[in-house]
Design a binder for this molecule. Structure first.
Ligand SMILES: NC(=O)c1ccc[n+]([C@@H]2O[C@H](COP(=O)([O-])OP(=O)(O)OC[C@H]3O[C@@H](n4cnc5c(N)ncnc54)[C@H](OP(=O)(O)O)[C@@H]3O)[C@@H](O)[C@H]2O)c1
Length: 307
């Protein structure tokens, strides 16, 4: 048997529970992973409430989560390159990562560098490939200035660092408490809220060339008002504005199939060239507490479950 997060109907955090379930059996090309850490993401909350059921339909009982890292327990037929005992990072395509045991397609796994903590490894996939896709979409370059909203969140904290690595000047929108962390990563912090456009103009005397919105709620309009061309604005959170103004919505899907980008990002973190802050870790049994904290929307980096 294994314990796994489950819910039986769309709803609030209180529909989440941890059940005893049958031990999963790896099929062709699959690997069974004993999960050491599974990051949580806002999209899982949106799926759970039913708010996005037209795009991401659910069947019940539903499991939850895609990010994971752990130790291989068993490999299915046709799997090469992985063996029981290997420490791996990956993602589960069946919303079943938040469990003691999870099945993963072998192509969706990469080896965990020894230096990566379980917490970081298990939270890296969704935010990592999304930050990569979003920054790649707006192509910041040396001599340019890019603004990133939600700059200290899960996606934002990686996006600001990936944008900095291009040589561009990066302005990160965040609340005061995150300004020191942003400065320590070479990012110019700017507080969001009333007057944000003026503060950005003051911080970017040469103008703003690109904008990555990881928060939604008016940042696409702000980017346009700052004079950023639509093809250099990417939002991963405001699809209505994207449709209205023709800006980009590149995220994880644009990072390409499989675990290639994941391996690249894991390597950068292991080498100390990238940091994924961990805001908190919760045992599986406290999945409701973990999402309660996430849904306050002020996480710095990642919240992770430790089954
Ligand atoms: N399309 C995709 O592929 C994709 C993938 C992943 C995520 N997403 C979406 O992207 C969004 C961000 O995801 P995430 O995991 O990074 O979320 P997150 O970690 O929960 O983001 C929290 C961050 O939001 C910031 N924030 C709160 N209110 C803000 C405001 N008014 N203006 C600017 N920033 C504000 C907070 O900053 P302070 O603490 O400084 O206040 C905090 O750092 C979500 O909507 C998610 O669904 C899309």
């Amino acid at each position: 048997m294994s314990r796994a997060v489950r819910y039986d109907e769309f709803g609030g955090i209180d529909v989440l529970r941890v059940d005893e379930v049958e031990r999963p059996v790896p099929g062709d090309g699959q690997v069974l992973v004993r999960v050491k850490a599974a990051g949580i993401n806002p999209s899982e909350a949106a799926i759970r409430t039913g708010a996005v059921s037209n795009i991401f339909p659910s069947t019940f009982p539903s499991g939850q989560g895609s990010d994971l890292a752990g130790i291989i327990e068993e490999v299915g037929a046709g799997v090469s390159g992985f063996a029981p005992g290997d420490e791996v990072i990956g993602f589960n395509q069946h919303r079943a990562a938040q469990a003691e045991l999870a099945l993963v397609e072998a192509g969706d796994l990469t080896r965990k560098p020894e230096k990566l903590s379980w917490e970081v490894a298990g939270s890296l996939y969704v935010v990592g490939v999304t930050a990569w896709g979003a920054v790649h979409a707006v192509q910041p370059a040396e001599g340019e200035t890019v603004v990133i909203s939600g700059a200290a969140g899960g996606v934002g904290s990686l996006a600001v660092q990936l944008a900095r690595r291009t040589g561009a000047t990066v302005i990160g929108l965040a609340s005061e408490g995150n300004h020191q962390w942003l400065k320590s990563h070479g990012v110019i912090p700017v507080a969001y809220g009333d007057g944000v456009a003026d503060r950005i103009r003051a911080a970017a005397p040469g103008g703003v060339h690109a904008f990555v919105d990881t928060h939604g709620g008016g940042y696409v309009e702000l980017a346009l008002a700052l004079g950023v061309p639509a093809d250099r604005i990417d939002t991963i959170a405001d699809y209505a504005a994207a449709a209205k103004y023709g800006v980009k919505t590149d995220g994880g899907a644009e990072a390409g199939p499989g675990a290639g980008i994941l391996a690249e990002l894991a390597g950068l973190i292991a080498d100390g060239q990238l940091e994924l802050p961990i805001a908190g870790a919760y045992p599986l049994a406290q999945v409701r507490e973990a999402y309660t904290e996430l849904e306050r929307r002020h996480t710095h980096g990642k919240i992770v479950l430790r089954p």
